[in-house]
Design a protein around this ligand. Structure first.
Ligand SMILES: [Zn+2]
Ligand SMILES: [Zn+2]
Length: 165
């Protein structure tokens, strides 16, 4: 991780980049540190300053990050000092994981539940939706991706389309 030490004025940014990662320090009311594997030292024009009417330019990675945070979360943008690339990526992954659990993304199909331990021909697996609604019914079907038992109808659809079931 490169160290950026020179002092910055408002709107100024300094960059260090390695082959795979751009490290940026930018000053706008407060200091912002960012690491991005996707950006270059590019500035983009945003809006005009309300007094001077000058076009304000911001580093593209900051603009993109703000956009991302707006779509992921409605709360104010929080940028803290990020010490490592792994931490930065993890933070973004967690945020998107919250609004979009795995079960609501991708393709999931019901498959027949098999269990080698039981000698039953058609073993049943507890349905997570029914369990939550105090109906303890078992199902011959499961979602292998989520690794849960589910009745084909209506629980399978419910589980994969509703955030709160
Ligand atoms: Zn699933
Ligand atoms: Zn069910």
């Amino acid at each position: 991780m490169p160290i950026i030490q020179n002092k910055l004025k408002t709107g100024e940014a300094s960059f260090r980049s390695s082959r795979y990662l751009l490290a940026m320090r930018w000053y706008d009311k407060r200091e912002v540190y960012m690491l991005s594997p996707f950006h270059s030292e590019e500035f983009v024009e945003t809006k005009r300053h309300y007094q001077t009417r000058e076009i304000i330019k911001k580093p593209k990675c900051v603009v993109d990050y703000n956009k991302l945070m707006r779509t992921v979360d409605k709360t104010d943008m929080v940028i803290s000092t990020i010490h490592s690339q792994r931490k930065a990526l993890k933070c973004i992954a967690n945020k998107s994981g919250q609004t979009n659990p795995l079960r609501l993304t991708g393709r999931h199909f019901p498959s027949l539940y098999t269990n080698e331990k039981t000698k039953r021909k058609n073993p049943l697996r507890k349905c997570v939706i029914c369990l939550k609604n105090d109906t303890r019914s078992g199902s011959q079907y499961q979602c292998q991706i989520c690794n849960v038992g589910l009745c084909v109808t209506p629980c399978f659809g419910k589980y994969h389309t509703q955030l709160h079931y």
